[in-house]
Design a protein around this ligand. Structure first.
Ligand SMILES: NC(=O)c1ccc[n+]([C@@H]2O[C@H](COP(=O)([O-])OP(=O)(O)OC[C@H]3O[C@@H](n4cnc5c(N)ncnc54)[C@H](O)[C@@H]3O)[C@@H](O)[C@H]2O)c1
Length: 312
């Protein structure tokens, strides 16, 4: 008999929390049962769809009735929420980046270690079938030595000022996806980084938050990486990746055009399935908190480079 789906409480029912609730509707192993959302109007709207709705994590913990949480609150709340929930013994799937800095992600890691609880970090690209297949091809050496990768993430339009004020800037908010993806795909670490803002200065995080940026990096295995990030794109939100090997080239437009949103939802559902398997005692297969720390370490260096470039 199939196991009952793992019951998930979604913490933060804003833009991404609501996307996760939709994705959980497609998950084979997990389902949304509750939300925690401090804004009454949002909480009431989500609660009207049949989910239990609470204003605070403390109310959720008192009520119980869930097996794990998915944190989709603003980035600068991630570490404190992980700390509170881990201390209560809760299994956690936390949206990327799991804090705005390595210090915050490390604090989250310590809390989870002390409590002995599960913490998966929401790097959904790891659940995109085309990228997983490319990773295997790279590992088998089918493309030969990878000399260069190019990784691109372009949003149709910038997020609102309120979101940006809590997001940590473009390297922390957008760049971490690319930093994690490159590490995971190639098994190489970021060594040297350089970065340049593109276009006019953007949001509340000032020089570290331009609307667009380019990052150049040298990786530990000798591969070079070129990463472009942008928030004004003539297409829908898009992500694509290129690998230039001595024996082959691969371009993977895994989020593109009208199909992009479906690919995103499918990967989020697969990520939730992996979390559910881990909650049931299976091996963790998604990104862990050490991956979050590594991505944030690169993001911190890129943010610094962006500030210097803007000063010059
Ligand atoms: N993986 C991805 O591709 C992806 C995409 C978008 C956003 N995100 C991440 O998701 C997170 C949320 O982003 P968003 O775009 O949904 O932001 P948002 O501002 O739209 O939503 C955040 C929600 O959290 C609520 N909130 C604030 N403090 C809270 C608390 N202490 N407990 C519970 N809820 C709280 C807010 O009221 C709001 O409704 C961010 O960390 C962001 O980096 C990830």
């Amino acid at each position: 008999m199939a196991a009952e789906p793992v019951r998930i409480a979604v913490i933060g029912a804003g833009r991404m929390g609501q996307v996760h609730i939709a994705a959980l509707g497609r998950s084979r192993g997990a389902r949304a049962v509750a939300v925690v959302e401090p804004v009454a109007a949002v909480r009431d709207a989500v609660g009207a769809s049949g989910l239990a709705a609470y204003a605070t994590v403390e109310e959720l913990l008192t009520a119980g009735g869930f097996d794990g949480v998915l944190i989709a609150a603003p980035t600068d709340r991630h570490a404190s929420l992980v700390t509170t929930l881990a201390a209560a013994g809760v299994s956690i799937l936390c949206e990327k980046p799991c804090g705005t800095s390595t210090e915050e992600a490390t604090a989250a890691a310590r809390a989870v270690e002390a409590a002995g609880t599960l913490l998966q970090v929401g790097y959904w690209r790891r659940f995109v079938p085309e990228l997983a297949a490319l990773r295997e091809r790279v590992a088998r050496g089918e493309l030969g030595e990878i000399t260069l990768v190019a990784s691109h993430q372009w949003d149709e339009r910038p997020p609102g000022a309120e979101f940006r004020a809590h997001s940590g800037g473009i390297a922390v908010d957008m760049g971490v996806h690319e930093f994690d993806q490159v590490r995971w795909l190639l098994g190489q670490e970021f060594e040297k980084v350089a970065a340049m803002p593109a276009g006019a200065p953007g949001g509340a995080a000032g020089r570290a938050d331009p609307d667009s940026a380019v990052v150049l990096a040298r990786l530990s295995g000798g591969t070079a990486a070129s990463i472009t990030l942008g928030r004004h794109f003539g297409e829908q939100d898009s992500c694509w990746f290129e690998a230039f090997g001595r024996d082959g080239y691969e371009r993977c437009a895994f989020m593109w055009g009208a199909d992009g949103e479906q690919a995103f939802l499918a990967a989020l559902a697969a990520q939730a399935d992996a979390f559910a398997d881990a909650v049931r005692g299976g091996p963790p297969t998604g990104a862990g908190v050490a991956d979050a720390v590594a991505a944030l370490a690169t993001a911190g260096r890129v943010a610094e480079a962006l500030e210097h470039a803007a000063e010059a």
